[in-house]
Design a binder for this molecule. Sequence first.
Ligand SMILES: Cc1cc2nc3c(=O)[nH]c(=O)nc-3n(C[C@H](O)[C@H](O)[C@H](O)COP(=O)(O)OP(=O)(O)OC[C@H]3O[C@@H](n4cnc5c(N)ncnc54)[C@H](O)[C@@H]3O)c2cc1C
Length: 371
Amino acid sequence: MNLYRKMGNGKGFGLALYKRWITGLQSRSLHALVICEPSHSSKEFNLSQASRSAITAARHIVKTDSVSILTFNAQEISSFKGIPIKDKTYGNLSNLFIASNPLLENYEAERLTSVCLGLHNKHKFTHIISAASTFGKNLLPRVAACLDTCQVSDIVKVISSSSFVRPIYAGNALATLEAVNPDALQVITVRATSFEPAESSEQVQSIDDLIKTEAVEKVEQVELDVSLLEETAKMSCVEGIERAESGRPDLGSAKVVVSGGRGLKNKENFDQIIVPLADKLNAAVGATRAAVDSGYCANDMQVGQTGKVVAPQLYIGVGLSGAIQHLSGMKDSKVIVAINKDPEAPIFQVADYGLAADLFEAVPELTSKLP
Ligand SMILES: Cc1cc2nc3c(=O)[nH]c(=O)nc-3n(C[C@H](O)[C@H](O)[C@H](O)COP(=O)(O)OP(=O)(O)OC[C@H]3O[C@@H](n4cnc5c(N)ncnc54)[C@H](O)[C@@H]3O)c2cc1C
């Protein structure tokens, strides 16, 4: 099992809990596998922005072109978008592994785990990486447990191939971790907002394009152990999926986010005050846990420690106090605007622009003045 120890991070935020007594040098060549989130509709595959950020982190870790990616498909895909193009520093991706089987249609983590383990057994990756999204948080701990290693969660910085920085205490401190055994497999989730998404191109739309542009070295269909998949499928299965259709930008990658809190008082107010402002700004809609728990909106809109982490260009927080657990999910936003009737609300301490006003008057007025 690989263990990690906490180090000082050199900026004064880290917790130097242990002295560094082993400095290991990586003695084998590195090969990272990035497990990419499925984000596709029927015949069109589109790699998520979070996965492209995980690819950037992987490139920083291995510092070579030895980064491969794994995607899952239930069927033949005709259009393949969003796969990163050749990088100026780190070159192209090594392998694009595609695991295709109807049993993978609903992406049950138990089934995907068996695919990842099979692939790792064959290729012996040094790092297995995914975005710290709902998908990655569900899948990677299972992979780490089966491979008897510790997972490093939610990294925000790469120090070396075996040392990473991650937030702790709801983002109030940063811990630098160093693998006790740098040669052992490292399983890592990546905070997507901390790494620029690897560049992709609109011109690259198919597997042929990927090969032609040398974006990937090789495309390989993963040989699946179908009997194992069938066995795993007996243990758990998805009974049905309800998709919340929305024409809005994805909350995790939107440039503008408008979030509402308990101050809105009920769902009707949330819909009538937050949504029109978000519409005018082409923004994603977020919420505090208090708003979600009170039923003002769906729980996939929750921003914060136990929700989504966002870092948009503009974050507008309406009728929310700025609890530490909420701040940990949005404090890296470039510009923060707060609207709260209590001038002492903690959100004003992190806000770039604050409006101490009643949201029921201020927000409709603001919305009406926007083009
Ligand atoms: C383990 C744990 C994990 C958590 N994870 C999360 C998380 O991921 N995300 C999250 O958000 N929270 C999380 N929480 C909850 C968090 O601690 C707070 O309870 C929550 O964020 C508060 O939500 P709020 O700001 O909407 O409500 P409140 O704190 O009640 O704030 C409401 C604000 O609205 C203002 N207001 C009221 N009326 C008006 C008005 N008319 N006009 C203008 N302003 C008005 C008030 O002045 C007040 O500041 C977590 C808590 C725990 C313990």
